[in-house]
Design a protein around this ligand. Sequence first.
Ligand SMILES: [Zn+2]
Ligand SMILES: [Zn+2]
Length: 400
Amino acid sequence: MEAEVENPLRQKIDEMKDWLVEIRRTIHMHPELGFEEVETSRLVSGWLERFGLEVKTGIARTGVVGLLRGKGSGQTVAIRADMDALPMDEPDRMPYASKIRGKMHACGHDAHVTILLGVAKFFSSIPERVKGNIKFVFQPAEEGGGGGRIMVEEGVLENPRVDAAFAAHVYPLLPIGKVGIYEREGLASADRFIIKVIGKGGHAASPHLTRDPIMAAGHLIAQIHSIVSRNVDPLESGVITIGRVSGGTAFNIIPDEVELWGTVRSLTPPIREELKSRIDQVARGVAQSFGVDYRFNFEYGYPVLLNDPAMSKLVASACSEGIGQGNVEVVKPSMGGEDFAYFLEKVPGAFFRLGIRNEGKGIVHPYHSSLFDIDEEVLPFGVEMFVRIIDRFLGLEMTR
Ligand SMILES: [Zn+2]
Ligand SMILES: [Zn+2]
């Protein structure tokens, strides 16, 4: 057993634990989907105003930003929480289960909002000790809506200009009390494509009079699956999955067209571009060899989330100071997506994980499961981690 790290900061933050739990449960009971976070953003802006921050609402529709201007001059740091829930039912197991049918906070965004409010409460009680500015960003629609991109486009990183941005996501694979950090690549880019194979239909018994798009699509599927194995460095990552094939209507008809839908994921921008252009090349080659035509439509989704290695080190070191090095782990990247990536395209920063797993309390279920829950100890714990990161970045030296 590692010796307990003496931690007066945590003792101070623990004084707000009941308040944190109450806020988290209020949000949990009233989940709202992406761009519909009206009550959640009202709750957020209400608290930020009470804390005396400069508050802007209606950014990216339901987003809220609170600005704490410190008494001394210094840099500007932003921290961000996502606010949206998921379109699913939560079973009535807990006293704080969702009261809204078909909606549930099954990704822990209720905890993210609560933790940021806790950090705002902490620093707003001691503005004289803050040098520089702290921007609290409450973002709508992370679950596929790209609220983060819209907030960045609407200028959330300006006025005052943000020097670094940090965000955390609760993590059911990591035990409570631990922090996980990505050194550089965190989450994958997640793009979509549609390939239309255009042939010339006709009678199944006279294929020589047609240009069979089904035959061509079959070869194309096989060829596309050779791209990752032959064009990506075996020590790098990429995924191409074709999730839908559609075409044809009957046993005896060769159709005019076949459509393939797929997703492309990667951890670096060059591989992302390589996969895109190789799919197009392979489709062109296969189409030519079968005498059919094709249309390739590629839709960019969330970009790769890339931490700034220096900021990852800052997070690891600042958190270690409170919880000991043994509780801060480097975690492997994931092929999922995360729209905090749009913030990190513009400013240096880091995305990290807060452990919530607690076998003893039965908190072991994955994200987006109807049994998902968090160990609420993560609320004061998360506040402490952000306070330490901000303290370190702005050079406040409050926690030493
Ligand atoms: Zn999610
Ligand atoms: Zn999430």
